[in-house]
Design a protein around this ligand. Sequence first.
Ligand SMILES: C[S@@+](CC[C@H](N)C(=O)[O-])C[C@H]1O[C@@H](n2cnc3c(N)ncnc32)[C@H](O)[C@@H]1O
Length: 271
Amino acid sequence: MTDYATTPGPAAHQKIDTSVPHSARIWNYWLGGKDNYPVDEQAGDAYTAVFPGIVTIARSSRAFLRRSITYLVAEAGIRQFLDVGTGLPTADNTHEVAQRIDPGTRIVYVDNDPMVLAHARALLYSTPEGATAYVDSDALDPDRILAAAAATLDFSRPTALILSNILGHVADYDQARSIVTRLMGALPSGSYLSINDGSRGIDPVFEQAQDAYNESGAVPYNLRTVDEITSFFDGLELLDPGVVPVPHWRPGPTDSAPEVIAEHGGLARKP
Ligand SMILES: C[S@@+](CC[C@H](N)C(=O)[O-])C[C@H]1O[C@@H](n2cnc3c(N)ncnc32)[C@H](O)[C@@H]1O
């Protein structure tokens, strides 16, 4: 069944503001997409002028996501995904990777950006056998996310929670941890948590560029230490090779040679 339902939330009432740079649109620019405005290009170019490595981080992080989702569907048997902080449609969106392997997979996307909402139709283009839905909600409100996602996902069945470059938007670390705990707490044993996020303590130039970005008027992004990222998985069984620079996480034969970059990721199973 194709599910085109969207859940109107705070972002549905906001206009797309093209005068200030937006995270989803800058990310889309770095990923080589077209869904961005001059203000996003300027902010993206200002960032790459200081730290060109952000483009490698953005692309390596999407490659990690592809490998993580492929593992979850092809090897772990997961058929339900909750992807919070979706971003604008790009190559290999979660539902495309998952439904290529099993068209019956069901995916709920969550984002609070009005432009992502405007592109929800593209995100919602599901196989007839599976389902996709978009929830317009803030990550700070996990109860709302769970209530809306339950219209599409059966939370008595194992589900993968995807948090890809979103937790840094939650400024307070303890609050970010409690959001992860609340969302994972609603999922049964055999569910999975996939996180990849920008890491602090690896590359001072990255941190300098991020600090300047956070002063630019865009929604700030908080880099976290590797220990802090690893701690999001507390209470879960981390799969090998643990929390590592994303190019080191089970690289495939077509992936570029692993390098140490300041973007760490891991995948864990709920016991
Ligand atoms: C850097 S992009 C990451 C996109 C995608 N997950 C990826 O890794 O390629 C961050 C996304 O999180 C969304 N976002 C930022 N703050 C959010 C919040 N408080 N609640 C929900 N989504 C948020 C942005 O709109 C954007 O789409």
